[in-house]
Write a protein that binds this ligand. Structure first.
Ligand code: SF4
Length: 270
């Protein structure tokens, strides 16, 4: 657990919320806040969190009980874990909220889609194997773990994520990779795609950095602290809005094709 992250317990009234994200009917977020503290995270603007991102995680301790009641009445649909938090962040080791929700969803045979940056997902392999419809997405934004440690300080290392992907695949669980957000000069496109190909995910979804409220301020601060010489480039791309991503997406698509990987570009508008 990140020593700087405070943990609080929280009681909620609802569990599943409707999701607008492609392929998902519902979103389920077992925590409010995220100790992974990624520099580019847009979740704070979605949940209207004003503090320093990563310093507070609220654990929805009664979520399994609320979900259990809701599942009696809800129409079956795909449940996405972790749309604004990571369901396998460090607090999950102790609280097992994600695990208990998965057990309930399995009982009702709901399809599940998980997205994480943590190898803790391997703890639940035996449970995930029992689902008739489940997929696990691993997010990867850089191959260099030094960059990863600065950009996603609380998340699993690149090596741990790659190993987790391979292990999930070996266990017959459908996997995919979220290659995003592509961070200019930090995401090493070709080398990262080559490494992903070795883990044999079913597909790759690539995305740009999305500048929701507050994201530019945090990304700018991150770049200024880590590689200040890149700040003018970031300003050119994100403030002057020069076209950067079409060339990047072409490179990702080309390399994925060479490696026999199915790849899609995230076409969401915002
Ligand atoms: S893992 Fe996801 S939710 Fe958590 S800080 Fe990173 S981007 Fe945000």
């Amino acid at each position: 657990m990140n020593a700087d992250t405070k943990i609080k317990e929280l009681k909620v009234k609802t569990a599943l919320s409707p999701s607008q994200l492609p392929g998902l009917d519902y979103a389920l977020n077992p925590y409010r806040g995220c100790a992974h503290a990624c520099a580019y995270c847009y979740a704070p603007s979605v949940i209207h969190y004003k503090g320093k991102w990563g310093e507070l995680v609220e654990v929805k301790v009664n979520l399994p009980r609320v979900l259990s009641k809701e599942l009696r009445a809800k129409k079956k649909g795909v449940v996405g874990f972790g749309t604004v938090t990571d369901p396998y962040q460090p607090a999950e080791k102790k609280y097992e909220i994600t695990r208990r929700c998965l057990e309930l969803l399995l009982m009702h045979d709901f399809p599940v889609c998980i997205q994480t940056k943590s190898s803790l997902v391997l703890r639940d392999v035996e449970l995930l194997k029992q689902f008739s419809n489940v997929e696990v997405g691993m997010t990867l934004t850089a191959l260099d773990d030094g960059v990863r440690a600065e950009m996603e300080p609380g998340a699993s290392s690149v090596e741990e994520r790659m190993l987790a992907l391979k292990e999930l695949g070996k266990n017959g669980i459908n996997t995919w990779v979220f290659l995003g957000p592509v961070m200019p000069y930090f995401t090493d496109i070709e080398a990262l795609v080559d490494a992903i190909a070795e883990a044999k995910p079913r597909y790759v979804l690539v995305d740009k950095l999305r500048l929701k409220e507050g994201v530019w301020e945090r990304v700018g601060e991150f770049v200024k602290g880590f590689k200040p010489e890149l700040l003018p480039e970031y300003e050119r791309i994100f403030l002057k809005k020069e076209d950067y991503y079409s060339g990047i997406f072409e490179r990702v698509l080309r390399r994925c094709e060479e490696k026999g990987l199915r790849c899609e570009v995230n076409r969401l508008v915002n």
